[in-house]
Write a protein that binds this ligand. Structure first.
Ligand code: GUN
Length: 310
């Protein structure tokens, strides 16, 4: 037996706390492959391609990157996509008129308006102007309502991707204490609803923490699962979780770095401090991000199948 092999065995014996690294990238790749296959079968039977429309207003760097990758993902799985890139001074009325024209186009299965929108546009009004049937982001008030009532709906992409990861990796959730840090409409709030509802993953006791939470650490130390979505690099430190907790890191922030790119991507969780303490963790990059992208494809395909009665 080689020396290094013995070392690995000894490490496992004396450090049973080796964390499972949740490979969102690999999982998304395999699930996207399944979507691609399914789409190809529909097309071979004479159906049109699924079609996602996206609207991007302004030139926020991160939003541009996200929309570009959504376009590439559509291409990969055989969806058509149309991206409307509008200048930041676009009026709310013009944006609403474009949304209405897309709502009326029965060749389009999904519509997303990339957030954040410029300040002069009312985001809530915009998301509620999308036809709930093609609201594949699941942001419309009707779809959020359905989620809270556990009715069939589009679960927004990030929470959906996280649920699939928890399921695929068999993370126990029933009766567990889940602390969600961040209460955004896009991640924190829907996540808290999903983790507390019946079924698996779910049945957790959920605490939502946010900027006004006092003594955050006292909450996170009690958690079996911590989901952190605050957009602050390395916010969740090693001393904030108990041994064996599972950590889901939603954050992804560019920070300056001394490398060829000039930056590196950092999560909300301090991976190096947490990895030896937790039972499972999603890395950044390669964790939640790719699964979010998969979530949008899944929802678009769901809308397409509903429209075409497939
Ligand atoms: N901005 C950040 N995340 C999202 C998302 O999932 N959908 C949209 N439309 N905008 C976002």
């Amino acid at each position: 037996m080689s020396r290094s092999f013995i070392m690995v065995i000894l490490l496992h014996i004396f450090d049973p706390q080796m964390a499972t690294i949740i490979d969102g990238k690999g999982l998304a790749l395999s699930l996207r492959g399944k979507i691609k296959e399914e789409v190809s079968q529909y097309k071979n039977s004479g159906n049109r391609s699924p079609h996602l429309a996206a609207i991007l207003v302004g030139d926020d760097g991160a939003s541009k990157t996200y929309v570009n990758s959504k376009e590439r993902d559509c291409d990969f799985v055989g969806f058509d996509s149309t991206v409307h890139r509008l200048p930041s001074e676009t009026s709310e009325n013009d944006l609403l008129a474009l949304i209405e024209s897309i709502n009326l186009n029965d060749q389009i299965d999904g519509l997303i308006v990339q957030l954040p929108l410029p300040k002069h546009i009312d985001s809530a009004k915009v998301t509620d102007s999308i036809d709930p049937k093609i609201d594949v982001d699941g942001f419309h008030t009707i779809n959020v309502g359905r989620l809270t009532k556990n009715e069939d709906t589009y679960i927004s992409a990030t929470p959906f991707g996280i649920m699939i990861m928890l399921e695929e990796y068999g993370i126990e959730t029933k009766g567990k204490h889940c602390v969600v840090i961040g209460r955004s409409n896009i991640v924190g709030r829907p996540m808290s609803i999903l983790m507390s509802r019946g079924g698996y993953p779910g049945e957790s006791t959920v605490t939502i923490c946010h900027r006004h939470t006092q003594d955050l650490k006292s909450h996170t130390l009690m958690a079996d699962i911590v989901i952190v979505a605050v957009g602050k690099p390395h916010f969740l430190k090693g001393d904030m979780i108990k041994d064996g907790a599972a950590v889901v890191d939603v954050g992804i922030t560019r920070v300056d770095a001394d490398n060829a790119k000039g930056y590196e991507l950092r999560g909300d969780a301090h991976y190096d401090e947490l990895v030896d303490k937790c039972s499972a963790i999603t890395p950044v990059p390669g964790g939640v991000g790719p699964m979010t992208r998969y979530g949008l494809l899944y929802n678009t395909l769901k809308s397409y199948k509903r429209k075409l009665n497939l």
